[in-house]
Design a protein around this ligand. Structure first.
Ligand code: ADP
Ligand code: ZN
Length: 726
């Protein structure tokens, strides 16, 4: 690359971004002066740019060490899409392909080369090859794998220190999303990076909304939530067991949600097939065990759901971190029940770990329970685990959006606690609640619990209420849970409550978990008017088509944010495209001629101007009113062809328009009473009724489109809607 390029100009020209994020620029500057760096940034923080820009500015090839083949391949596909000369060498290549890449390296025709640590450290010829080449920079991704303290230790990584000694003049960069103090020290030491600088990006992921709901009927809770909040979007659902992933995936499919599974019990072909489908397509919900995730850098995962408690806060953070890498609003959602926590406790207890280890795991689990039960800002609690503090409540978690009202619950707490005391701290929450409710069960009679003073003193409330209260008291620390039996025990502060030395503040109990109406979150989602939604669908399906043609993931063509930016700016000419987010020179070259005519045609034929009503490009803009003045000439032209006997497809062909445009013309004709619905849409009345019902409840067409698994086109739905509006 020529020398008048700057980090900024490359960021715009190659990647299409207008400014650096967080520490990116500082890392790049440090590298350009030949120094080493350790970069710690959360998932989605933008670590890759830190070495990709220096790779383009420095003489020679940047070598990236990356542990996962799938990740490597995606990164290279993305870079090639941006016109960067990138390649990888791994076991998936045959000898000819390896030779070709080596030649490119030696002749100085590569900006970035990805290698696996195994290849680098165990194939000796690889090091010799690098010694013959002109290397600008070594970047080691997932660098926490060098440390035995970390959770992903890999022996090959530890040998990377030797590499450092062989290439003393070349800057090194280590990158990771997770590294506590201990791991960090280990990395600096193992890779001999002590002289370099450490850059820490902070753990907050402001675009992720955290939500935890009490588990009831978890499957229908999941289905309803996806339908309501994330219809037609990509997401990951995590479960503990393989069996459960299969079951939940089937439930989703039965409910019209596209879904696939991933776990270690599938053959490797099936795993990779499912993974590819998830990466390449726009709207698949992957139900998986934690075997799925490392190396999934799909930027437009809109939600991550946990059906079971994760192993620890670190795991929770990593797993939820796979949502919203593109910085657009995303959600981390979990259904939680205390019995899950009790079960995990039992697993820990029954494991063969040392007592020290068990103690550590119990305390990790306690934090997770506290987080799940908190009535404080959830993000605050989450960040406090990583020793970060947040000044104000975040405004983008369930407790902030729906602040629980508080009441004095001391008397009920005393009843619940004294009930534990009188039954000698032997029982779990279920039996305790039965006693308070005055249940006549055999177990109660057998134990003589119907003669206790606490028997039936809680009859004025429901059993659910008492179960909930026990959970609250656990989360407040007044009760502890015995790790092996799940029996509840009174803590020191609990005894203080019993003796009225301490009060208990509770949230107002709601029998139904159906939440009060939602406040608007501080992270504004992109909202478009109807024409905007239409154009979005047109551009999105074009993207899908290109991706399928080239067999690459859709997001490497361009991301959702690029589509929003296109709708916002409505570029007319080639030169306008340089203002679009995510389009660098190479992508403008490749896709400019594809998107410009689509937009132009849409603008020409749509009555309404597509607009972004909310979202960061344009925070507060009022929607333009729909202009409706009789029938426009383009609509009447389509209508008259239709009346001549042509169908929508034929009209589209004849007029050189896209189908959606013609269908929207026909819908307008229906709405204005110029065309009868039956002449456009031939469906049995029962099907029509089902569509109408759903249209009535839904906002926009997309949820309906997705619900019926694309059985009815947007055009058909639009006509039905137009007919209803008449
Ligand atoms: P990480 O490796 O830290 O998880 P990535 O490097 O994959 O993160 O970046 C996450 C997403 O953010 C990618 O889609 C990337 O293109 C985008 N991104 C990175 N830096 C910027 C920036 N300065 N401006 C806009 N988007 C960026
Ligand atoms: Zn919050």
């Amino acid at each position: 690359m020529s020398s008048n390029k700057t980090p900024h100009s490359l960021l715009k020209q190659v990647f299409g971004y207008s400014s650096f994020r967080g520490e990116q620029e500082a890392v790049i500057k440090n590298t350009l002066t030949g120094k080493d760096s350790l970069v710690i940034m959360p998932t989605g923080g933008g670590k890759s740019i830190c070495y990709q820009i220096p790779a383009l500015l420095m003489e020679g090839t940047c070598v990236v060490v990356s542990p996962l083949i799938a990740l490597m391949e995606d990164q290279v596909a993305s870079l090639l899409g941006n016109g960067v000369r990138a390649a990888f060498i791994n076991s998936s290549l045959d000898i000819f392909e390896v030779k070709e890449t080596e030649d490119a390296l030696l002749s100085g025709n590569l900006d970035i080369l990805y290698l696996s640590p195994e290849r680098l450290m165990s194939v000796e010829s690889t090091v010799r090859l690098l010694q013959r080449a002109n290397i600008s920079l070594f970047a080691v991704d997932e660098v926490h794998c060098v440390s035995q303290w970390g959770h992903d230790f890999r022996p090959e990584y530890q040998k990377l220190g030797e590499l450092r000694d062989k290439f003393t003049d070349i800057p090194f960069m280590g990158l990771t999303a997770t590294a506590d103090e201990m791991t960090r020290k280990d990395i600096l030491h193992s890779l001999h990076l002590e002289e370099g600088s450490t850059f820490i990006g902070g753990f907050d992921r402001p675009n992720i909304r955290y939500t935890i709901i009490p588990k009831e009927d978890e499957e229908s809770q999941l289905v309803q939530w996806i339908r309501k909040e994330h219809a037609g979007e990509s997401g990951i659902v995590y479960c503990l067991s393989r069996k459960k992933t299969e079951k939940i995936s089937n439930t989703l499919i039965e409910n019209g949600i596209r879904s696939s599974v991933y776990h270690a019990g599938l053959s490797s072909e099936l795993r990779s097939k499912n993974q590819t489908m998830f990466l390449q397509e726009d709207n698949i919900v992957m139900v998986a065990t934690i075997a799925f995730g490392m190396g999934i850098d799909k930027p437009d995962v809109r939600f991550v759901a946990h059906m079971d408690l994760p192993k620890s806060m670190e795991s929770y953070y990593q797993e939820t971190g796979r949502a919203g890498r593109d910085g657009l609003p995303a959600e981390a959602w979990m259904t939680y029940s205390i019995s899950d926590a009790v079960q995990l406790r039992r697993f820990i207890e029954d494991s063969s770990a040392s007592d020290m280890q068990k103690k550590l795991e119990h305390s990790k689990l306690n934090f997770l329970i506290g987080y799940s039960e908190t009535i404080e800002c959830r993000r605050k609690v989450l960040l406090s685990y990583f020793d970060e503090s947040l000044e104000k409540p975040c405004g983008n978690c369930d407790t902030c959006l729906n602040p629980p009202e508080r009441v004095d619950g001391t008397i009920d707490a005393q009843k619940a606690l004294s009930n534990i005391y009188r039954t000698k701290q032997f029982y779990g929450a279920g039996h305790l609640a039965d006693i308070l409710m005055g249940s006549q069960s055999q177990k109660i009679k057998d134990q003589g619990h119907d003669s206790l003073s606490t028997y039936a003193i809680g009859k004025d409330r429901s059993k659910k209420y008492w179960l909930w209260l026990y959970r609250q008291l656990i989360s407040l620390g007044h009760i502890t849970v015995d790790s092996s039996y799940g029996s509840l025990q009174i803590s020191k502060s609990g005894y203080e409550v019993c003796k009225s030395e301490r009060t208990v503040e509770l949230t107002v109990y709601k029998e139904k978990t159906g939440r009060a109406e939602k406040k608007k979150s501080v992270v504004s989602a992109y909202v478009m008017n109807e024409a905007g939604q239409e154009l979005f669908e047109i551009l999105r399906s074009k993207r899908q088509e290109i991706a399928k043609e080239q067999n690459i993931p859709a997001f490497t063509v361009f991301g959702d944010k690029t589509i929003y930016s296109l709708i916002d700016k409505k570029p007319k000419q080639h030169q306008d495209l340089s203002e679009i987010h995510g389009l660098g020179a190479a992508k403008i070259q490749k896709y400019g001629e594809v998107v410009l005519p689509l937009i132009a045609e849409f603008l020409e034929t749509s009555e309404e101007v597509p607009e972004l009503i909310a979202g960061d490009f344009n925070p507060k803009r009022e929607p333009k009113n729909r202009i409706k003045k009789g029938m426009s000439s383009t609509v009447s032209e389509s209508l008259s062809l239709f009346n001549d006997g042509l169908n929508a497809e034929e009209i589209a062909k004849r007029r050189k328009l896209v189908m959606t445009t013609v269908e929207s013309h026909l819908a307008q004709a229906v709405e204005q009473g110029k065309l009868r619905l039956e002449s456009v849409v031939q469906l049995p009345e029962s099907e029509l009724a089902a569509v109408r019902d759903l249209l009535k409840e839904s906002e926009g067409l997309k949820p309906v489109f997705d619900h019926f698994q694309e059985k009815y086109s947007y055009g058909v739905l639009k006509c039905i809607q137009a007919d209803m509006q008449r």
